[in-house]
Design a protein. Structure first.
Length: 149
């Protein structure tokens, strides 16, 4: 999956932001090869009572971007999202989502991740997301390095 440059820097560790905390996101696993998150449906519903599609996309984008930044950080660099696309497959009104980001390609200038959003209780696919990140020539800002409030 990765290009031949060996990691020379310590990998970045995920720091939840305001939106992540508000949505109830929890980190289960984190590496350049896989990021796994959970998010409750409760608190992330739209006005008709089912999971808000924007919440699915927001948590999926976070997973893919965090995986890209973990990868980029091993080269002393950072990554920013440049494209996200999603397909919503089914709605749920309760339960927990498992969000898993895995790399499609990890390059020197771009990364692309596939993100599956799955309903934990039924194992059914809720959404399929793909995110592409640009790998920048600068490191992750200090403000994103474990400075939770």
């Amino acid at each position: 999956m990765t290009e031949p440059d060996a990691p020379t820097h310590q990998p970045w560790s995920i720091t939840l932001g305001e939106l992540d905390r508000a949505m109830g996101v929890q980190v289960r696993e984190q590496s350049a090869e896989k990021v796994v998150l959970t998010m409750p449906v409760e608190g992330n519903r739209q006005s008709f009572g089912s999971l808000h599609g924007g919440a699915s996309i927001a948590v999926a984008e976070a997973a893919g971007s965090w995986a890209a930044n973990i990868y980029a950080s091993t080269m002393g660099r950072s990554a920013v999202g440049i494209e996200v696309s999603a397909s919503h497959h089914r709605a749920f009104a309760d339960g927990t989502l498992i969000v898993t980001a895995t790399p499609i390609r990890l390059g020197r200038t771009l990364t692309t991740h596939s993100v599956d959003v799955v309903h934990e209780e039924t194992g059914k696919l809720v959404a399929s997301v793909r995110i592409t990140n640009a790998v920048l020539g600068r490191p992750i800002p200090d403000s994103a390095c474990g400075q939770d409030d």
